[in-house]
Design a protein around this ligand. Structure first.
Ligand code: ARG
Length: 264
């Protein structure tokens, strides 16, 4: 995770990004710190990835890699503006971390956890993978060979949900939440078959970045604007932890986008 001191909205290849919108840097930093503290309060070890000049989107740390079983599948960004971020993430896993991660450099374009999710106890452990906007389908095949876990390809069709993590999230070891209309008809059918008890998000919660969440299986940290989803999650037995991230949303991201999950 990196603090948003260098958080500047620079380019419009994301429908949420209005390059003319001004970002309140101080508030962005406060909100980012609120997110960090929420994670610490929940007992997580939080490492901070240092920001680098010229990489304004680095605050969206989810995109730098995808980690399962101690194996790190590196990212390869679609747009040149972000490509150097992959190097910083790689350095974290190969030089800065005390843990012996196995780093696998990617061939195919993929934006890390932005387009990959892991559900550890569903069907023995499966990876859900998005394509259509950023990550290439070839990366799904590559990920399956890297992890030795089944990878389910899901087609994203609505540009507002340009990364899988804007439309779907793992809630615990077996279940997910998602917004069906973000997917093609056939991919929706796949999700219905695999996750019949999923929590289904309404459109207003999805556009409020409600699904861009992280969960420890009980506490679900999500954007405070997704009020309806928070209510649904409570009804399903989870404890929603709302955080305000209005300034981060201006760059097209929320809770999950700012967090890379390190799965040993
Ligand atoms: N502005 C960034 C982009 O368009 C936002 C990335 C959000 N990250 C995410 N994991 N969805 O690439």
């Amino acid at each position: 995770m990196c603090p948003p001191e260098h958080f500047v909205v620079e380019y419009a290849i994301n429908p949420w990004m209005d390059t003319m919108a001004s970002v309140d840097g101080e508030l962005a930093h406060k909100q980012w710190e609120g997110l960090r503290q929420a994670l610490v309060r929940l007992g997580h070890d939080v490492h901070v990835l240092s920001p680098e000049i010229g990489l304004p989107d680095m605050v969206y740390a989810a995109n730098g890699a995808f980690v399962v079983d101690g194996i790190v599948y590196g990212a390869r960004f679609k747009h040149p503006q972000r490509s150097a971020e992959a190097v910083a993430h790689r350095r974290f896993y190969t030089e800065r971390s005390a843990h012996p991660w196995r780093f696998v450099p990617p061939v195919a374009t993929n934006e890390g956890e932005g387009d990959f999710a892991y559900v550890p106890d569903a069907y023995g452990g499966i990876v859900l993978a998005g394509y259509g906007f950023r990550t290439e389908q070839a990366a799904h095949t590559e990920a399956q060979e890297v992890f030795g876990r089944p990878v389910i390809s899901l087609k994203l069709t609505d540009p507002r949900f340009y990364h899988l993590d804007t439309a779907l999230a793992a809630l615990d070891d077996t279940n997910i939440a998602y917004y069906p209309a973000a997917f093609s008809d056939r991919s929706r059918r796949v999700l219905e078959q695999l996750f019949p008890s999923a929590v289904i998000a309404a459109e207003d919660d999805a556009v409020a970045f409600g699904l861009n969440l992280v969960s420890d299986g009980r506490h679900v940290v999500l954007n405070s604007d997704a009020v309806g989803l928070a209510t649904k999650l409570s009804a399903a037995g989870y404890e929603p932890i709302p955080v305000e991230l209005s300034e981060l949303k201006k760059g097209g991201g929320s809770v999950k986008c700012c967090i890379a999950e390190l799965r040993h």
